[in-house]
Design a protein around this ligand. Structure first.
Ligand code: C2E
Ligand code: MG
Ligand code: MG
Ligand code: MG
Length: 285
């Protein structure tokens, strides 16, 4: 009996492994196809100045409008896209569409001080063509470089520091600002943070959600804000879900915020309505 059970379990395991490989292969094929079909689009989440509630810009967050799979969130395609290097194409498509869309809003709505902040897979910073790739996108879309920001995670700072630094400096020289995303989540690169020309630290949402109930988180946020200030960097708090979160962050001198409390990531159409509402009809201007 024991033997039978063992064999049964083994076969179940084997089937599920087989299934996983099949799923990954078909997801990879679908992502490849979707890149050709331009199915990856940016959603936009507002970034707000905490002391006066002013809209400063947006983070662009990739969504996959798949003919086959429906509406797909990043967690369900970014990991495999990273493993297969398909992320490079996706990132560039998202940057291009974001710049194009923002430029369009600048011209159409007269809101030409808003910026867009795009996520880049950290390994893109290991590629010598990154600055030219981004310069080409800016030329094609007509967006001024200082309206584009790029977000990368601490992971990129751990390897190939030389090329990462060269790329960052090239982007900075163009006028593109550089943000360190999910800051504080574990790679402890504190010691060499000052070597990189980073403009903004984005404080990871794990420290911020329900910060009013967690004193440890409060101390961590305070430390990150102080560190940023000492290094002449600014701060954005992510994952602000309540008025209490927003107020606490402001008290701790965090300058900008982003989160469901202000708005969820929105489609282009909804973002346009949001900009009009925020800039022309809101009391919080
Ligand atoms: P991220 O860059 O740290 O983006 C913030 C994530 O937090 C987004 O998830 C956003 O929707 C979510 N978020 C914002 N405010 C709140 C809040 O108040 N509460 C909660 N619970 N969540 C909030 P999303 O859109 O699912 O993206 C997940 C991650 O996928 C991003 O994290 C980023 O690392 C990656 N990603 C998204 N778009 C791109 C892209 O175009 N390229 C690359 N390389 N990565 C991307
Ligand atoms: Mg980000
Ligand atoms: Mg983040
Ligand atoms: Mg994240």
């Amino acid at each position: 009996h024991a033997k039978d059970n063992g064999r049964g379990r083994y076969e179940v395991f084997d089937d599920s492994m087989h299934q996983k490989v099949q799923n990954a292969l078909s997801l990879e094929a679908d992502i490849r196809e979707a890149i050709g079909w331009q199915e990856f689009i940016p959603y936009f989440q507002p970034i707000i100045k905490l002391d006066n509630q002013k809209l400063k810009g947006f983070e662009a967050l990739a969504r996959w409008q798949s003919t086959k799979r429906g509406f797909v969130y990043p967690n369900d395609f970014i990991p495999l896209a990273e493993e297969t290097d398909l992320i490079k194409e996706i990132d560039i498509q998202i940057i291009e569409k974001s710049c194009q869309q923002l430029k369009h809003w600048h011209d159409e709505l007269g809101c030409d001080d808003l910026y867009v902040s795009c996520n880049l897979f950290s390994k893109q910073f290991f590629s010598t063509s990154l600055p030219q790739d981004i310069e080409k996108v800016l030329k094609r879309t007509g967006l001024a470089p200082h309206h584009l920001r790029v977000e990368l995670t601490e992971r990129a700072l751990l390897e190939n520091a030389e090329i990462v630094l060269t790329n960052m400096q090239a982007l900075k020289n163009m006028g593109v600002k550089i943000l360190l995303d999910d800051f504080g989540t574990g790679y402890s690169s504190l010691g060499y943070l000052h070597r990189f020309p980073i403009d903004v630290l984005k404080i990871d949402r794990s420290f911020i959600s329900n910060v009013d109930e967690h004193n440890n988180n409060r101390a961590i946020i305070r430390t990150i804000v102080d560190l940023a200030n000492n290094l002449q960097m600014s701060t954005v708090g992510e994952g602000i879900e309540s008025l209490a979160d927003a107020e606490l962050l402001q008290q701790m001198d965090c300058v900008y915020g982003q989160g469901y409390y202000f708005a969820k990531p929105m489609s282009s159409q909804d973002t346009k309505d949001y900009i009009i509402q925020k800039l022309y009809y809101s009391k919080n201007v």
